[in-house]
Each structure stands twice: as C-alpha cells, then as structure tokens.
Design a protein around this ligand. Sequence first.
Ligand code: AMP
Length: 562
Amino acid sequence: MTGTAPGRDPRLGAIHDATRRICAPGGPFEVRTEEVLGERVQVFTARPRHLRELLESASVFGDAECYVFSDGRRVTFSELTGRVASVMDLMSVDYGIGPGDRVAVAAANCPEWIMAFWAATALGAVVVAMNGWWTASEMHSAVELTEPDLVLVDDRRAERLGAVARPTARLGSDWFGEDPGRPLPEAIEVAEDDPALLIFTSGTTGRPKAAVLSHRGVIGYLMLQKFMGARSALLAGPSSGLVGAPVRLAPYPLFHVSGLSMMVGSVMNGSKTVWPLGRFDPARVVALTISEGVNAWGGGSAHVARLLDAPGLEDLPAGQLVSVTVGGSATSPAIIRRVAERFPHLSSTMTTGYGSTETGGLATWAPNWMLQAAPDCVGPVLPTVEVRVTGDAGGVLPDGVEGNVEIRSPYTMLEYCGQPEATAEAVRPGRWVRSGDFGRMEDGLLFIASRRRDLIIRGGENVYPFEIEYRICEHPGVEEAAVFGVDDATFGQVVKAVVVTRPGAVLSPAEVRSFCAENLAYYKVPEEVEVTTQPLPRNASGKVMKHVLAGTAASGFTDDEG
Ligand code: AMP
C-alpha cells in the first residue's frame, strides 16, 4: 500500500494516550487482570455481569424511546422490562423454559424477536439465532445441531420449516409483551461465562457453525463499543458535537452480531434504535430517517450503497447525519468515496472495526486517517483484547510477517455447538481463537490481507484479494469488485476479478487490467476480468459470496426479505 505507514503517524500517539487515560485505575474503563476460563486476561473492572443485570438497568433511562419500529410500534426504556417480564412469563409458564434451555428464533426482524431475546436470556436460557434467509434444509440442520427446547417461528418461516420434532410456537403479537408495567420475576443465578447466545457464523462457504457466546462475551462486545465512543469523544474534544446518545438506524438482521449489538447497545447506552422491518426499501428508510431524527446510519455495505442512491435523499436535512458506519465487513475505499461524495461533511468520519462472531465481535478499530493511509489497516488492538499472528505450525510470527490472525479476550466464543473438531481447530491452546483471516501486525497495528481461504496462490506467490479489490475500486467507473482465484493448469491458480461498473460507466476488461498494472506487480494483475452491471452476490451480513461468483456453489443469494 502507498503513503506514510500509519504506525508511524503522530496521531497514533493521541489514540494511545486517550486509551491509557480512560483505562487507568479509577478511570471509567479501568482495566485489570482476572482469570477467565482458566486464562489470565484483562477485563473492564466496571461491567454488567449478565444480560438480566443490563436489562434491569434500562429503567434509568426513563421514558426515553429505546426501540422504534417501522410498523409504528415504539418501546420506551421504562416499559421495556415490563414487556420482557410478560414474555418471560409466557416462556416459562406456557413452555417450561428455564435456565440452560435453548430457545431458537427463526423470524425476520420484528419487536417480538427482541422481546424473546431479552426474556430468554433473563431466564438464564440460551437464544439460538436462526438465519432468516435459510432454506428449509438449512433450518432443519440447525435445529438438529442445536436441539432447541422451543422454536419460535414467524409465519413465513413456519411455512418453510414445516414439521420439526421440537416444541414450536408461532412468534405472534402476544410475544411483544402485553403488560408494560409488570415487574421482573425473581432473579435466577447466571454466571458471566454461562452461554447466552448461539449465533451462526455467516459462512460465505459451507454449512454454518453455531458459535456459543457467553453473557460476558455479548456484554463485552458492547463495552468495547461504549469504550470507543468515550475515546472518540475525548479525542474529538468538547466542541465536536459528539455529545448525547445517537439515534441509530438498525437494518442488520438480528441473527448477525451487528444486529445483536444494536439491540443490546440501545439498552447499554440509553440510545434509540430505529428498525426498518420487512424487505429493505431505501426510500422508506430515508423517510424513516427523517421522521425519527436518525443521525447515525449503519448497515452492511450493500445497505449503505443503496441508501446513497435512494429516492428522496435530497429531503434529508443537510447535516442531520453525524456518522455512517459499515458493519460486518471492511469499510472499503469505494464506500468511503461514495459517502464523501454524497455527504461531504462526513468525508473524514468513516472508520472501521474488525472482529468476527467467534472472536466476540470486535478486536481492533481504525480511525479514518488510518484507512486513508492504508485501506487494509484495521488499527490498534482494543483494551482487554490481544491479537497475534501465527504460522501454520503454531509459532508466533514477527512483526511484518503475514500469517493466521488469532485473538484472545474474555469475549471469544466458548465453542462451536456440537462440533468438537471444529472447536479444536478454531480455539487454540491458551484460548487463542483463529479468526480465519490472514494478516500481519506492524507497529502495533493489524493489517488484514484476506480471508485465509480466499488467499490466491499463483505459481507459488501469495496474492491477497483485498489489495487488488481496493486498487480496482479506485477507478472512477467502478462501483465494486471481487477478486478470487480460479484453477489454472500452469500456475495452479490465477487471479480473476468481477468488476461492477457505476451507472453509465463503460469499462473494458483490458482497461481494468492496465489500471491494475499501473501500481500492482504483474502476477497480481487479474488474468481474467468480467465486467458487469449486476451487484455482487452478498450474504445476510453483507459479505460477498465469492464461491457463488466462482461457480463452486449454487447461488444461495436472495435479496433481504421480510
Ligand atoms: P462475521 O463473523 O460475520 O462478523 O465475519 C467476520 C469476518 O468479516 C472477519 O473474520 C473478516 O474476514 C471480515 N471482516 C470483519 N470486519 C472487517 C474489517 N474491518 N476489515 C476486513 N475484514 C473484516
């Protein structure tokens, strides 16, 4: 990559200083060492110990709005616990759910999904977050794998699922919680490392696995986000306008860690989240943004890209948005450029957070200037998290050498449900969790080169798709690009690019190749280039499904659905 190495930029010192200040003894995010699951790791001293404790704290935000849904339903903080208490009653009395039981939810985003989540976790039960996009056979294999004690399904998924040999209930409006004034039942004992959530890895290939996250893990993810908010406010200074709780758009599916963090984050931060329900309709989302005063847009890269082209965007008051964030995948140069074109006042605000479902959601964070200097840089490691890079034999590699990115923190998954071999492969001795990404550490910063399995080996040379994708996206006629390896008799693999042009742009494969050749070594220049106007196939969390492009799997791509 070009430009000054971000690890030597003086602005990095300010980030480290701010981190030290708020994590110091007596600070709001004081860090100390404790034993978690047999390992000495760092923890935040002041933290909620389980999700019920967090839920109980919601009432401090009083009658402010917590969740607003596009179907018109609204929930304030003071009525949240009452509604959840009603659902807890339904769950425990009618369905016998108690501590350690599993409650699967197979539904599109809806208020009932959220109430079921809080009710189950407050009862000490474990939520199994089923992917709403799954086919019947994927749903059945998830049920077989996780053996839920109750399966909650909406109408559409009920039809798709058909009969299952587990207790099932329709997730109708009675699961919204009828009595907003009801007190929570007596607390049951829940330990921090008890499981809270089974969440399926988004899996861009193969059968999904269910990562088991603890109460500590779910809360830790939100603590890190809260820490980042506090640190950004400190770095920006008092006149930055970064005051008060933001009003966030929440278009992510609830079965993905990004949706989960919005749902739990509202309660952690006392902030309002606005949930567009049903099929993602950019024009409706813009209207909702205006009517609900949303000032923080977030979403997968496809959501954000579609919002930027949405009809009615000209009605959004200038300056209403204070941030746009991409979740679930890299914040690519293309999306940064497009946001800056549409909202010049946000041109230097887009950042990136890196992590995965298995590693507890978040491990590093890079501010905008770092991404501008190196788009593959995902920043310094967050407090209470450790990152290392290892070779295939397990040894830790020195700075600058690319290898397997491994993460250790109190928040990483406990295991893959019912899959001891996959767990042993991912959770290494010392509870270091392999992220499946390939990257390097440099001056204390993490750089992500590609998913390990997307690495292309051309005639013995490693080729990292991100580097080539970022280069292609610098072309003004390009909307997005995906690079992957295709089999080749001579080189083993060669580089192929699928390039999506911007509306009205005309681009030939030869132009793409010569644009790449301007600043990439010859072996990285794609041998094959396909130019298209069709958007790239993405999974529910916004990741490009390269196996679909490469033709190694049947297209599982469906648009987001209600
Ligand atoms: P998920 O478990 O669905 O959240 O997916 C996690 C994976 O998304 C990571 O292992 C990375 O491959 C990718 N990813 C997430 N955040 C970033 C980022 N900021 N930059 C590059 N890749 C990312």
